[in-house]
Design a protein around this ligand. Structure first.
Ligand code: BGC
Length: 547
């Protein structure tokens, strides 16, 4: 079907018809990319275990294993604090930069290709780490490179999934990514557990090398999946955009639905380009920060929203449990097996996340994030108060653990997936890849900051806060609650283009009541014959090929 016909079809203000019906196969295609979450989770999860492995420590410290077997001396002979910090945080440094660069690459070579490239970079990093023996050079370099690859994958998967998913299930599909993160963390604990007692290089090489499998599966799968149609629209390649959209929706290319959905994407892009012209490379980066701080729909506000959203997600303190849980549970005393409790929190994380697949579409993003923050605040203050008042009582310790599990439940079913879903939805196409990339980079930056600061807050020879650290997390979660109330818009059930319009016409607090009342296609170029102005597509093609 010709582009003219597609424009004509979309040039109605029927807001219900701007997205095609979808086949089951098409749903599976969109959901596959969630597999990328395994990288994220596994990579954050495996390293703590490896650093504590007896064989790994003796290899790097050159000490006799008997010193490590003695519980009184074991601590002193672990990998030094500065080396541990270097090995752990170098990954976040790599991911931070990887995520930022990935935004550019995704606009240049495509979303799908960028993720595949990220898998390639990641595999190189993993090979270096696996090859490492004595000396930390290879492992540090390997983690930096692998981190770069994870940055590519973690930023662009969200972009890709948000752009290809049907609007009705977009939240659920992106939540699938969070689910895979939780499975990745669990897998890392299981693999570490299985190899930690080995007395050979397999103890650390197996958990490291196994990650290549995730990269191969993800890259292989994506190879067969279509590119995002919104990328082709951005590049001005309308025939390819039609082709991939038809594949994604499981519809013929000339179906009316495909033509209407496509025309709405084109018209929205054209509109956005009018509001914010692209310009040079630096000017297009500067576009992410354009507009007024006081207007909810300005690019600046959206960039602040995305980056602060991810900051708030880290402020919930969830990684305190996943990174430092075992040590924290040990300090509570009266617990026989702190590793088991850590495993339980990891399992609660995995099992609670799927609840969001339904709730995020049924109730929406805003209620989920508001109730989630409230639930976390209550649990955290209970843990903090109980631990401060009566921390040595075994019954109190059991109650603390129970409330930590309920806190994880609230995180996993709300802010865990919610933060990723929202950042994929709030940016307009011209700045979407960079906006999502910056937001993802913010997640890794805050992840890193919290990982570096926390030991100072809880270390027995430092702040020694013990359970009182939950006063800090509780206060930060209170900020997340207030933040959600004032700043998070409701995006449920809207196409990405409708979200764009909604942000212009409402405030976060009134957004849930907003209903689409027109389409960009209808607004932009209706002629007397009911067709869009013919210059629109030509214009998009010209601008896209000039990028
Ligand atoms: C967060 C991670 C966290 C994980 C726990 C993710 O959404 O960004 O930092 O470790 O959830 O499931």
């Amino acid at each position: 079907m010709s582009i003219e016909k597609s424009r004509a079809l979309a040039a109605t203000a029927d807001t219900s018809r701007i997205e095609s019906p979808v086949t089951v196969k098409a749903y599976f295609m969109c959901a596959f990319a969630a597999f990328g979450g395994i990288f994220f989770g596994y990579d954050s999860g495996y390293i703590n275990g490896v650093l504590g492995m007896r064989y790994f420590i003796t290899l790097h410290t050159g000490l006799s294993p008997t010193l490590l077997d003695n519980p009184d001396t074991a601590d002193q002979f672990a990998i030094s604090a500065s080396n541990t910090s270097l090995i752990v945080s170098i990954l976040s440094a790599g991911t931070f930069f990887g995520a930022i660069v990935a935004g550019d690459v995704a606009d240049f070579t495509g979303r799908r290709t960028t993720i595949i490239l990220g898998c390639g970079v990641f595999i190189i990093g993993v090979i270096l780490q696996t090859a490492s023996s004595t000396g930390l050079g290879l492992i540090v370099a390997g983690r930096l490179i692998a981190g770069f690859g994870v940055g590519f994958v973690s930023a662009i998967i969200i972009l890709y999934m948000s752009e290809i998913s049907p609007k009705r299930v977009r939240g659920a599909i992106v939540s699938g990514y969070q689910f895979c993160i939780t499975v990745g963390i669990l897998l890392a604990s299981c693999v570490n557990y299985a190899t930690e007692d080995r007395n050979d290089t397999g103890s650390y090489r197996i958990p490291i090398a196994i990650q290549m499998l995730w990269a191969i599966i993800l890259a292989g799968g994506l190879f067969l999946l279509p590119e995002s149609p919104r990328y082709f629209v951005k590049r001005g390649n309308i025939p390819r955009a039609t082709e991939v959209l038809a594949r994604l929706r499981g519809q013929p290319r000339d179906s009316e639905y495909i033509q209407q959905e496509l025309a709405e994407i084109i018209a929205n892009h054209e509109y956005e380009l009018k509001v914010t012209p692209q310009g040079s490379y630096f000017a297009s980066w500067a576009n992410c920060f354009k507009g007024s701080l006081w207007q909810g729909h300005s690019n600046l506000r959206r960039t602040i929203l995305g980056t602060s959203m991810q900051m708030m997600q880290q402020w919930t303190g969830v990684n305190f449990i996943f990174y430092f849980g075992t040590t924290f549970f040990q300090t509570l005393g009266t617990i026989d097996n702190p590793f088991l409790i850590s495993l339980i929190t990891t399992l609660v994380n995995v099992c609670s996340t799927p609840i969001s697949f339904w709730t995020i579409e049924r109730f929406g993003r805003r209620p989920l994030l508001l109730w989630g923050a409230l639930g976390m605040v209550i649990c955290q203050f209970i843990v903090a108060i109980a631990g401060t008042v009566d921390g040595s009582n075994p019954a109190t310790v059991r109650a603390e653990i129970a409330f930590i599990c309920i806190f994880i439940f609230f995180f996993a079913s709300t802010w865990g997936p919610g933060a990723w879903v929202v950042i994929g939805e709030i940016f307009p196409l011209p700045i979407r890849s960079r906006g999502v990339a910056l937001s993802t980079a913010s997640n890794w930056l805050w992840n890193c900051i919290i990982t570096v600061i926390t030991p100072y807050m809880v270390g027995t020879d430092q702040g020694n806060l013990g359970p009182r650290v939950f006063f800090v997390w509780g206060s930060l979660c209170t900020c997340a609650f207030i933040y959600a109330y004032f700043l998070i818009p409701e995006t449920k059930g809207l196409s990405l283009e409708q979200v764009d319009r909604m942000l212009e016409e409402t405030t976060p607090r009134t957004s849930a009541r907003w209903k689409p009342h027109t389409t960009f296609a209808a607004d932009m170029g209706l002629t007397a014959e009911g067709t869009l102005a013919p210059e629109i597509v030509g214009d998009i093609e010209r601008k896209g090929s000039a990028v």
